[in-house]
Design a protein. Structure first.
Length: 407
């Protein structure tokens, strides 16, 4: 019922958005006298903000068709290196570049947003590395006959992706995947898998959420596990290929994150409205671009979401040594030759300070020379992997780490 009610609301808002967009265009038409005086510009701006906020959104494109290496423009094309039911391994091929650059697998979060949320991350690293990314699928679009997808499957996907790319690959896990990727590194190390990562960089990841708990951690722990099963899991409607699949809907995830910082989001839309009234289209477009990405959400399978709530946030299975993968205990002590870099933002309100750093302590048999911690001052969660501070202050640390260890 929850998902069906949302679909009805979404359809109604889509029509209202189209009407508001048409009306805004009419009021801004140079041939319309109201475009020059009275309340015309103000009303047009208000309608444009509403149209943007209520418009339906699909999966965004990366749109990265080139990079620059040593001052030379290099064309970039996307290709699928490995196709799987719940996510593809995507590669950004740099045309005409000789082989030999460090191979980097960026593991995008499976947390309600598409991998394109890391567009800025990919763009920055393209000039330095041969970049791959996990392009997770929207669970509501995966047919039921493809089976289930849980935390164990996530770890298996990471291992298979690394085996596809080959030996000496560096891995960058952004936020949520830090736990399953760390587990994959431990499993591969224990199995002496030759394709285990050369380095693993974890950025703003919830390795041990007992350290500096945030509002996100509190939400996951103040309610019993049964509450999540009963209140946030819905069934995909018949209108989608994944009809009948139990999921944690992306629209619920988005609502949760929006409510955490509702005041900031309201201010952002007010500023966008003022920019439109003043004719500052460039500033308004920047805000619209961010929210186009931020509001593009996807569903997660119920089993993956619920297992993550249990393993990561409630039982703290990885730091307590109780995390299991396919019936075997995940042993961080098996990691002996993978360079671990933990990056945290000073102002991160999603993963508090110390949560990612905990990964270094768990690798008890890894030499200190292969561990590094970097705290980015004045940086919030999103700024760790996107924006000017990521490009100028954090990415160089990552590049140096990759070059120092197996690069």
């Amino acid at each position: 019922m929850l998902y069906n009610a949302y679909e009805i609301q979404r359809s109604m808002l889509a029509g209202a958005s189209a009407l508001a967009n048409f009306s805004a265009g009419l009021l801004q038409n140079p041939a319309n006298p109201f475009a020059y005086f009275g309340g015309g510009p103000v009303l047009a701006s208000a309608l444009e903000v509403f149209a943007h906020a209520s418009a339906p959104r699909g999966k965004p494109e990366f749109g990265l068709d080139h990079t620059e290496i040593n001052g030379k423009r290099i064309d970039v094309v996307e290709e699928i290196a490995l196709e799987k039911p719940f996510g593809n391994l995507k590669r950004f091929v740099r045309k005409g570049v000789k082989p030999g650059a460090p191979k980097l697998l960026i593991v995008a979060p499976m947390s309600g947003h598409f991998a394109t949320l890391l567009r800025g991350t990919v763009e920055r690293m393209l000039s330095f590395a041969d970049v791959y990314i996990t392009d997770w699928h929207d669970a509501k679009l995966v047919p039921m006959h493809e089976g289930r997808f849980d935390l164990d499957d996530y770890v298996d996907y990471i291992i298979e992706f690394l085996e596809t790319i080959g030996e000496g690959t560096h891995v960058l896990a952004v936020c949520q995947p830090s736990v399953p990727v760390y587990a994959a590194a431990a499993v591969m190390s224990a199995d002496k898998n030759p394709c285990r990562p050369a380095t693993l960089t974890m950025m703003g990841g919830p390795i041990d959420t007992r350290e500096a708990p945030t509002a996100v951690n509190t939400l996951a722990t103040e309610r019993p596990f049964s509450w999540f099963e009963q209140n946030v899991i819905a069934t995909v409607p018949m209108t989608y290929p994944g009809a009948g699949r139990r999921v944690y809907p992306g629209f619920l995830q988005l609502a949760g994150f929006m409510s955490m910082n509702l005041g900031n989001h309201m201010i952002s839309h007010w500023e966008m409205f003022k920019h439109l009234v003043q004719g500052d289209g460039e500033s308004a477009d920047a805000t619209m671009g961010f929210y186009d990405e931020y509001r593009s959400v996807c569903d997660m399978t119920a089993e993956f979401y619920l297992q993550t709530i249990d393993v990561v946030f409630q039982s703290h299975a990885l730091p307590t040594g109780e995390m299991m993968h396919r019936g075997k205990r995940v042993d961080p002590g098996a990691i002996t030759d993978i360079g671990l870099l933990a990056v945290e933002g000073e102002k991160d309100d999603i993963s508090g300070l110390g949560q990612t750093k905990a990964a270094l302590k768990l690798a008890t048999n890894l030499p200190d020379s292969m561990k590094q911690y970097h705290m980015a001052k004045g940086v919030g969660h999103y700024g760790i992997f996107n924006g000017s501070k990521w490009r100028t202050r954090i990415a160089p640390v990552l590049e140096k780490w990759m070059m120092t260890h197996g690069g």
